[in-house]
Design a protein. Sequence first.
Length: 203
Amino acid sequence: MNKKMTILYEVGKNLYINITNRCPCACVFCIRNNGEGAYGSDSLWLEREPSDEEIISELEKTDLSKYNEIVFCGFGEPLERLETVAKVGKHLKSISKTPVRLNTNGLSDLIHQRPTAKELEGAVDIVSVSLNAGSAEEYLKVTRPRFGIGSFDALIKFAEGCKQYVPKVVFTVVDVIPQEEIEKCREISKRTGIELRIRKYDS
């Protein structure tokens, strides 16, 4: 008997949407290194990816008004399924006033080999991009992306592109990286005009 897929899970007053296990990175601090769940959830490992219809069905059975945010974020990179994020996000915007956030590593353009920021227009209110390093070399070391050294510049370009189509864009870093790197990230934040949020690492 197949285990029940965890498509939706709660963290505090937010509802999270888990749509894929796929990710182009292997971050040294990834929560997947610590087990099958996160923040007290059931297993987030998906035996298969849920269809758009399955995701929408689960959302329509849920009282979305009780959440502060609805967040695309699970055990993989949501933008591996860009079309699904766009479709489900737009559906959410049509049935709910709860803000929709996308947590991403920002490598969507490399994944799909084209500019992708415009495809998020009307689907999400906030794009949160994991910066996690202040230079291409350090980023390569801590996130280990399959696309190599060009990944860092690509994620910054993607984040800047999102500013044209999404109401709010933020960079995030986890507080376990060296202070020197955090200061470099602050400089990138100032240069791009994109807010930087330092978040606590939850093991």
